[in-house]
Design a protein around this ligand. Structure first.
Ligand code: GDP
Ligand code: MG
Length: 161
């Protein structure tokens, strides 16, 4: 597939990013979205919701045996999340870098967790950790019809408008 406006191959890699309840409570939504826009990724899905235990247990199925699992589910269902799908070149890996280490004590300054958090149980943001994981998570949180395949306004500069 090639983009109609640029003629370049379509970049289809997508990842799921969620601002966790502490991020929403602390009014970090705008700053976090700004970082992804500024980096150059394209927002293709966005919603705010309070997650059910069912969705959470699927989302964190690989953590079920961990001692902190129940705490994580309680935290993640405690208030609204802002769940997003971002698209672009290498978006899965680059988002993980932007998010930073799981434990904020080890997260570098300049990352979301390194700039906004101090404790692993309140680390502000989620991002998928692999392309396959991202595909599963996107299907879990979004219906296909709610992901928008929009063309950038660069059409203006290419003279198509
Ligand atoms: P992530 O991909 O960097 O978010 O990390 P994981 O997938 O390993 O863990 C999912 C989430 O569980 C993390 O973002 C933390 O919020 C939480 N978590 C992970 N490890 C711990 C821990 O040791 N203690 C607590 N309380 N929460 C943890
Ligand atoms: Mg993870």
């Amino acid at each position: 597939h090639r983009s109609k406006s640029t003629g370049l191959p379509d970049v289809r890699e997508r990842t799921l990013v969620a601002i966790k309840p502490d991020g929403v409570q602390r009014r970090l939504v705008g700053q976090i979205i700004q970082r992804f826009e500024q980096r150059g990724f394209k927002l293709v899905g966005l919603k705010m919701l309070q997650a059910s235990q069912d969705v959470l247990s699927e989302h964190y199925c690989n953590l079920r045996t961990k001692p902190f699992y129940n705490n994580v589910v309680r935290y993640m269902t405690s208030g609204p999340l802002v769940v997003m799908v971002w698209e672009g070149h290498n978006v899965v890996q680059t988002s993980r870098t932007m998010v930073g280490h799981t434990n904020p004590a080890q997260a570098q300054a300049g990352t979301v967790r390194g700039d906004f958090s101090i404790h692993v149980s309140r680390n502000v943001i989620h991002a998928s950790d692999s392309v396959e994981g991202a595909q599963k998570e996107i299907q879990l949180w979004f219906q296909a019809k709610d992901l928008l395949d929009w063309d950038c306004w660069d059409q203006i500069s290419t003279g198509e408008l």
